[in-house]
Design a protein. Structure first.
Length: 283
């Protein structure tokens, strides 16, 4: 096929397309005009009949702001911290019988006050727990580092299978010495495992760390918690308990009179107000 023939076919196609477009446009215009004429006829008819005015003018009143009806909720009362504990109360809380006959406020204010360590740049604070508490140990070590005023760092001790998590990890005394920072408090997270190889690693790291403060982490429902706290690796001594599961424990105050004071209850500082609230909620 020649170029001249192609051009002729294209010109014919364009001409046909234009004719179809013009025809459709004219048809659309006729429909629009017909619709307008119909609307005008309806308007003229209504105008000839006249429009009746309403019997009374429509009055629009002031807009009222929406106010939801109050829901009938009961108002909670504050606990009575002057309530006297019975022998049954002290037993259910896990307290000694000598607290029977004392008020909630008296019991709460008589519990041991945990120490509050100062920032220790260049030194080590240890967070230690048993194998089942690995996640809580790592979590509290991170929280502690954020609470310490000044620079701080978290180091994870031992194998990742024992203490999972990301971050700098130390396995030997040399690793620890290299990671320590003169201007920052080091928080060393340690798991006390029954596996001999893990025990040796923890022993070496704790001996090298010489911690200035030790946080023992555990679940409040563990009956042997205090026994474990008294036998920590490298003969280190716990300075404070960090407890989880206190509000759900059968005897929530069973560790409140331990030799090592409780510093943290379910991530909240253990003070007289918190103890009082816990007692009031459980009796």
């Amino acid at each position: 096929m020649s170029l001249e023939q192609d051009e002729a076919d294209l010109a014919a196609f364009v001409a046909q397309t234009r004719r179809e477009f013009e025809a459709r446009r004219e048809d659309a215009e006729r429909q629009v005009h017909a619709g307008i004429d119909q609307m005008l006829a309806q308007v003229r008819a209504r105008s000839e009949r006249g429009i009746e005015a309403p019997a009374e003018p429509v009055r629009i009143g002031p807009i009222q702001a929406y106010r939801p009806k109050p829901v009938g909720a009961t108002v909670q009362q504050l606990p009575d911290f002057g309530r006297v504990l019975s022998a049954q109360d002290t037993a259910s809380l896990g307290l000694q019988a000598t607290f029977s006959g004392k008020t909630i406020a008296e019991v709460a204010t008589s519990l041991p006050v945990p120490p509050s360590p100062e920032p220790t740049p260049g030194e080590v604070q240890v967070v230690i727990g048993q194998t089942g508490d690995a996640e809580f140990v790592r979590e509290w070590a991170s929280r502690l580092a954020h609470r310490i005023e000044g620079d701080s760092q978290v180091l994870l001790a031992g194998a990742k299978t024992l203490l999972p998590g990301t971050g700098e990890r130390v396995r030997t005394a040399a690793d620890l010495e290299k990671a320590r920072c003169e201007h920052a408090t080091t928080v060393l997270a340690v798991i006390d495992s029954a596996v001999p190889s893990h025990q040796r690693t923890a022993q070496r790291l704790l001996e090298a760390a010489k911690p200035v403060f030790t946080w023992a982490v555990g679940d409040a429902s563990q009956p042997d918690l205090q026994t474990w706290v008294g036998r920590l690796p490298a003969k280190i001594e716990a300075d404070a308990l960090v407890l989880s599961g206190v509000w759900d424990a059968q005897h929530p105050l069973s560790h409140a009179q331990d030799a090592v004071p409780v510093a943290v209850l379910d991530n909240a500082p253990a003070n007289a107000a918190l103890w009082a609230a816990l007692i009031a909620c459980r009796i």
